[in-house]
Design a protein around this ligand. Sequence first.
Ligand SMILES: [Zn+2]
Length: 330
Amino acid sequence: MRRLVLAGAPALLELGLRRLSRAVGLARLVRSVALVLALAGAALAPCAAEAKLRVVATLPDLFALTRAVAGDVGAVDLIARFGQNPHDMEVRPSHMLLVRRADVLVRNGLEEDAWIDVIVRGAANPRVLRGSPNVVEASQGIRVLKVPAGHVDRSLGDVHPLGSPHYTLDPDNAVIVTGNIAAGLARVAPEHARAFEANRAAFLDRLADAQRRWQAVLAPFRGARIVSYHDSWPYFCRAFGLVEGGVIEDRPGIPPSPQHVAALIRQMRDDRVTVILQESWYPRDTAKLIAQETGATLLVVPQSPGAVKGTEDYISHLEYLVGAIADALK
Ligand SMILES: [Zn+2]
């Protein structure tokens, strides 16, 4: 539905889905979902005998971190597909079915997954409305980078209106996020609070080991400048001592102007930038052109877990990124 409406208007593609859905047929979508739910009604009735805590996470990174904390106690579902750009989501009836049954919702915040509000309304599950104790705001306690100063007008297409939402790319932030998740799960299922804490502690032990390894792998490249297509990497760069050498998108969510690309190419030559990170879900033509012009290596990487086979959990995803970036910087 969304793509039909937007055909011929590519500049609108990055506008917030929440506003868009209001404008173009949320009511119709909700009606069709109500029908689907009515048809599926019997299957949705909770069965006390096998009641497992049902948790829904909006994004793959939160899904991976939630699974690490929930362990066997909770069944965790994911709204966005692996490898899907969270800034460009289509709401589907199947999403509402997942949320309708959820006991707990884990959301990223900072508007990255604002579309979940549409899904929750369509699902008619008041337990997971924004502000409910059954909702985990994963960003709580995160020191947000790149918070815009002054007035932010979303008609400019900025998809980072509250600052960079890509905070899980700093493994230190995974400590905070899993703390939020463990607290949220314990609010809803206090009888399992100790299991959540034990799962989290085991995960954090593995993460600490991995972090020592990653720091060693990237240590030779401290201070190296990296250019990326989307502004996804400020937390990652801070964590590993890399320097953001520029972003191909003028502003997050807006395809670059020729003037910006030309200026970036000059800057990259001056700074001797050797690596361009291209998030796998964005178009590659501009990055290819810039790589040709500057001699930089174009490295296509997933920004979130699960897009590459074997990277479904948080640690293996970061392992993959660190290895790939270190190889490209060699
Ligand atoms: Zn973004």
